[in-house]
Write a protein that binds this ligand. Structure first.
Ligand SMILES: [Zn+2]
Length: 718
């Protein structure tokens, strides 16, 4: 299993300044306990624009000072100076990012629309600063002779590579054109995201009769009632146009007509031919990306994006995806046959004839799960209380890494539901703060993700980590526990894996800290953490029935274990179809052809042999991973790449003596969770595992036949 939730990392560009910023709290140093905390209690949306503009201006002045330094370029006056710089910009960007993802009001969206191209232009002014780049290049050229530590050499390499990658070597009109494209793309990304958020907010299905809810479990009904009431429809039930509302409805609702309606509304987000339609925006993004890649010297956007990843080339990423695709599709056909048999048996008992359609998949899969494995997900949910699972992730981090968690006091929050914990290590030393923002609300993007508010570093005084985990659980009635699904529990462990990657970071320089690693490596620690959900040590302590307090029964756990490979065809194909289309569309796009996203999606899936009962997990017009920023573009494959590592890494625990084997946990901490980007990821992994990863563990985990020529010592995940 993997979660595919966006990981938000605070802006990597760092510049500093010391002037006084009277009157704008967003620019001030973070004050208060725990090494200073974000002043959420004082933030006003109107402050963002002036704060960002002042921070950018002072940053550029500082960059200028570094670039024009008359001294011979060296690590300290160039690379370390860049690390030290830009603190006000980092602070305002962190809070700006939190508002973008969790407090996106109409007022805020206006600011965002105005600022997106300006922020893009600002970043280009730094990477296109010739004097600065020539200093970085000079330090880079002399890196072996300068008595630098391995971490310092890595940082020099990273700065140099990032600048070159972003076009620092471009001249004249090409330089200007890349900067123009970046600004245009920033505006298009913002438009894409706001359209999507709009379609998620505006389309709500209100159910008026209790009979419309047939099949839905109590918790889902209560959540729908609360959602309706919050929208002025007291006495009705609201099915929101978000994943967390859609999935349980499609899994449990007996009303096939309503399932189809909910399914169609959800998968039409951004594709309704109205003012919020994203198709034309996508075509433009693809063109501009292709043109930029050509200007930078790459055949396609995919080649440009893959260069600084662990996979290195689109071909290696495709190779892994293709190795998994065929067995996954074969499994889907088996799953559909099982479901069709259930539907046919119902028809024989007098129900209407059903041929499995996409809106039936989750519903009949659930019936097969019950029939084949005697596992009813509704029997599991009463044992999964949100707060107990939060305690479970803390306890788990204590067992593996010695961390301790205490509620933090006197820390302002962005919204009253957010809570904060103080995190200390085995020696009692503070490592950081963890913010938890669990509930859905208007203006918050759907899904679950981690956000780094402040990166760990120690080269210039000790700076501790601040991270948050964010989710979209439906808030229940006051005083009653929120019950979550097995899948939600996996997601909590996943996102907490990202948080731990930040909290356990032990490096000198902030640019190398925590989750600032290659995109196809960053999901490895988080996906690995998911493996601890089903271990008995966790379930016996924390999977407690919300009424009786009794731990989840052993036979239920055994059923969960037996069913763990169930539905892997659907899960893998739903994801992998998106990953393949993402890579193929970025390999196909050129600067002078217009790609129609609907036609491309349809034709590509047909050529791949996509089962007709499944659609891409995120269809083109709602694929925020790849169209709301560059970050996961030609990079959605990363989840599979990282899962290859996590499956292989989990087997290290199994081989050693269990999920809390001290030696393996120590190796994991020393080599993966604490190292950030101070070391090449392939080497980091090798030092943890003693060898390179292979694909066999991944195939075992998903219950697919292992490829013939595979040995466990193969050179790469693919
Ligand atoms: Zn993740």
């Amino acid at each position: 299993m993997w979660r595919d939730h966006l990981l938000l990392v605070a802006a990597a560009v760092a510049l500093a300044a010391t002037p006084v910023y009277a009157g704008n709290v967003l620019l001030e140093e973070w004050k208060g306990p725990y090494g200073g905390v974000p002043p959420f209690d004082k933030v006003k949306v109107a402050d963002f624009k002036p704060a960002l503009e002042a921070a950018m201006a002072s940053n550029l002045e500082e960059i200028d000072a570094i670039a024009k330094n008359p001294a011979v370029p060296d690590f300290e006056n160039t690379i370390a100076a860049l690390e030290r710089a830009g603190k006000p910009f980092e602070r305002v960007s962190a809070i700006y990012g939190i508002f973008r993802s969790t407090m996106s009001s109409d007022d805020f969206q206006k600011v965002e629309t105005e600022m997106a191209p300006k922020l893009a232009a600002f970043k280009d002014r730094i990477v296109q600063n010739k004097e600065l780049f020539s200093r970085i290049a000079a330090v880079y050229d002399a890196r072996e002779a300068g008595g630098l530590t391995p971490e310092q050499k890595r940082l020099v390499w990273l700065d140099y590579t990032n600048f070159v990658h972003a076009g620092a070597r471009l001249e004249g009109t090409s330089r200007q054109r890349v900067a123009d494209i970046n600004q245009k793309l920033a505006s298009l990304f913002t438009k894409f995201s706001q359209n999507l958020l709009g379609d998620e907010k505006d389309y709500v299905l209100y159910l008026e009769k209790e009979s419309d809810l047939a099949g839905l479990p109590v918790g889902v009904r209560e959540g729908a009632a609360a959602a309706a009431e919050a929208r002025g429809h007291k006495g009705q039930w609201a099915i929101l146009n978000t994943r967390s509302s859609m999935e349980p409805f499609l899994t449990y609702a007996d009303r096939r007509d309503l399932r189809e309606k909910v399914w169609r509304t959800y998968y039409a987000r951004g594709n309704n031919g109205d003012a919020k339609d994203n198709n034309a925006t996508i075509s433009e993004i693809l063109k501009l990306r292709a043109e930029r890649a050509n200007l930078l010297g790459y055949p396609t956007h995919a080649h440009w994006r893959l260069e600084d990843t662990m996979a290195k080339t689109p071909e290696r990423a495709m190779e892994l995806m293709e190795a998994v695709w065929k067995p996954a599709v074969a499994r889907v056909h088996e799953e559909v046959a099982d479901m069709q048999a259930v539907a046919d048996a119902e028809t024989a008992r007098g129900s209407a004839k059903v041929t499995i359609e996409p809106w039936d998949y989750r519903y009949y899969a659930e019936k097969v799960r019950k029939a084949k494995y005697d596992l009813d997900q509704n029997a599991v949910t009463p044992y999964l209380q949100l707060e107990k699972m939060r305690e479970a992730i803390f306890w788990n981090a204590g067992q593996l890494f010695g961390l301790q968690f205490k509620p933090a006091t006197g820390v302002p929050v962005v919204q009253p539901d957010v809570r904060v914990w103080d995190v200390t290590d085995a020696a009692g030393k503070r490592v950081g703060l963890w913010y938890f923002d669990p509930y859905a609300r208007p203006g918050k993007q759907s899904g679950a993700w981690m956000n780094a508010y402040r990166n760990q570093s120690r080269f210039d005084g000790v700076v501790t980590t601040i991270v948050s985990n964010n989710a979209n659980f439906v808030k229940g009635k006051p005083g009653e526990p929120v019950l979550i699904s097995w899948d939600d529990a996996l997601t909590m462990f996943h996102e907490f894996g990202h948080a731990l990657h930040g909290l356990l970071s032990s490096v000198n320089y902030p640019s190398l800290s925590g989750t600032n690693v290659a995109r196809d490596y960053v999901e490895f620690p988080s996906q690995l953490l998911e493996h601890w959900v089903p271990v008995p040590e966790i379930l016996n302590r924390f999977a407690l029935h919300y009424q009786t307090g009794k731990p989840i029964p052993k036979d239920l756990v055994e059923k969960i274990d037996r069913a763990s490979k169930f539905n892997q065809g659907f899960i893998t194909v739903e994801y992998l179809a998106g990953a393949l289309v993402d890579m193929k569309v970025h390999l196909a796009a050129t600067a002078d052809t217009t790609i129609d996203p609907q036609v491309f999606e349809r034709d590509t899936l047909a050529a791949l042999g996509m089962p007709k009962e499944i659609v891409m997990r995120h269809r083109m017009t709602q694929f925020a991973h790849i169209f709301s920023s560059d970050s996961y573009s030609a990079g959605y494959y990363s989840y599979l790449w990282s899962d290859t590592l996590s499956a292989d890494a989990w087997e290290a625990f199994e081989e050693a003596g269990g999920p809390y084997d001290k030696t393996v946990a120590k190796r994991l901490l020393d080599n993966v969770f604490s190292t950030g980007n101070t070391i090449d990821p392939a080497e980091d992994y090798r030092k943890f595992r003693g060898r390179d990863p292979g694909i066999a563990a991944l195939m075992r985990k998903r219950g697919f036949p292992a490829p013939v020529a595979q040995t466990s010592g193969s050179a790469s995940p693919g």
